[in-house]
Design a protein around this ligand. Structure first.
Ligand SMILES: [Zn+2]
Ligand SMILES: [Zn+2]
Length: 139
């Protein structure tokens, strides 16, 4: 998969610290959002013992745009696109909680335009759409 190749390249480019790599790998392998305390619990045996170490790593990874924070859930998920910077959009299933990242340049442009029209500079946005996912749709 070209995606995972670009991730590997990306994480190497970013020169992540050991802790950042451990946290990133956990999130990437999990494929679903994890809360900080879950991450801390999972990584105790890897030597990450203090919440501060985990929070620092998370902050940096979010800043780099290779993981994202799901604001409403206070959880973190590995980016499934190649370059989101700090703008994100997710669908969250109301029933099963399934989270998917969506990348839609048109949508992203519209948000910027909306900002411009209101004479606001949009620094970043994190969109969350509450949906019934395909698996949960009731016909
Ligand atoms: Zn992303
Ligand atoms: Zn669902």
């Amino acid at each position: 998969m070209t995606n995972s190749q670009s991730y590997n390249k990306k994480t190497n480019d970013y020169n992540l610290t050991k802790n950042q790599k451990i946290v990133f790998n956990l999130l990437q392998n999990s494929g679903e959002p994890l809360k900080a305390y879950t991450i801390l619990e999972s990584l105790k045996r890897e030597g990450l013992k203090s919440p501060l170490q985990v929070y620092r790593a998370l902050d940096k990874l979010v800043e780099l745009g290779i993981i994202h924070k799901i604001e409403s859930q206070n959880s973190f998920i590995a980016c499934s696109n190649s370059n989101c910077a700090s703008n994100t959009a997710f669908t969250i299933c109301r029933r099963c909680g399934d989270v998917k990242e969506i990348k839609n340049n048109h949508l992203f442009e519209q948000v910027s335009d909306l900002g411009k029209k209101n004479r606001l500079k949009v620094h970043r946005f994190n969109l969350e759409f509450y949906v019934d996912c395909n698996g949960c749709k009731v016909n």
